[in-house]
Design a protein. Structure first.
Length: 172
């Protein structure tokens, strides 16, 4: 009833040559399969996300162009493409990522194109986003601000002025 398609199967080439290795591991051209140059049409494989396990505590900033999943404690800023904060994770610092999924605790500012707080999320800080989703049960204390480019940190974010001394604290 069904037949196997032969579209992607290697077949004989001109002159009867095939790409199947001989019994000694070489191709008919005399080269081994490992010698073949990488094809430019071969798609690059997306690396697996980096995972920081629940027994790991990091003090310092983390920066990656890839995906990262935090299950432990991070005291510092994190910049990534996709950041997933696990249920057992705690992050104390600023998060900047294209996609942010919070299942655990975050104390600090969150900046993301897409921000999602799941029902187990606990966030204490401001969220600057392009799109946001907050599930029922999530705990959030802070402000929410929509921006077309929330990843832009250089402008558009007013810095707080230094505190002015109170009259009681001023020298007399």
């Amino acid at each position: 009833m069904f037949s196997k398609s032969k579209i992607h199967e290697p077949g004989p080439k001109a002159g009867g040559e095939t790409d199947k290795p001989a019994t000694d591991g070489t191709l008919p051209s005399g080269r081994s399969g490992n010698d073949l140059p990488p094809s430019s049409s071969t798609p690059r494989v997306k690396p697996a996300p980096s995972v920081l396990s629940s027994d790991l505590t990091i003090t310092g900033n983390i920066k990656t162009s890839g995906d990262i999943q935090i299950e432990g404690v991070v005291e510092g800023d994190i910049r990534a493409h996709l950041l997933t904060v696990g249920e057992s994770a705690t992050i104390k610092g600023e998060i900047i990522a294209d996609d942010v999924v919070v299942n655990g605790r975050v104390v600090g500012r969150v900046r993301g194109l897409k921000v999602r707080l799941t029902s187990s999320a606990r966030v204490e800080g401001d969220i600057i986003h392009k799109t946001i989703a907050i599930e029922s049960g999530a705990h959030f204390e802070g402000s929410v601000q929509r921006q077309d480019d929330p990843l832009q940190t250089g402008q558009g974010t007013p810095k707080l002025a230094p505190p002015t001394p109170k009259e009681a604290d001023a020298p007399k």
